[in-house]
Design a protein. Sequence first.
Length: 198
Amino acid sequence: MKLRILTASVLALTCFFCIAEARASAKVRAAESAAVQSYDRTGSTVDVTKFDTVDEVVDALYAAVSYGRGGECNWVALRELFMPGAIFLQPSLPGTLRKARTIDEFCEDALRFAQESRAAQTKGFYERIIKRRTTRFGDAATCHVIFELRFDPQSPTPMARGLDSVQLVYGEGRWWIASIATEHESLDQLLPPKLLGE
């Protein structure tokens, strides 16, 4: 009987901590969401007249996700680039299906990285375009971007390189990003010379 009571007490205590942890996690995610929550486009200060070409939108994208020491992404500018319902397809484990992430989820991840990465806090984070190739037909376009990642913009060697496949559509007098699929370079998967223009 004592063993049953002890077992029941341990289970109850475990459940309590699990619930408390879940509530704490939910509060953290709610705070992160509030920090990068959606805003009223009518009050935006971003000049959307600069988005009438694909190159202008792509340039603005990489400028928005780059920042100096102690900084963060330009959330307003970043959100202004994407059409409603836009998705991000980030790298996943080999052979597994990628999960489509929303602009809110992407911003939450980026904010968490900016707050928790010591290198980003002390040096900054810079994503630079080294090559791009755009294919357009009517109001649809695909821009393949080869990018480099650095904490220190003066570093001669990037910490990573990769490919962003950016899908864009034209409407309401400007270009919008509809989706971005990202693939990082690795020792087993080098960027092909054709994409690098070599």
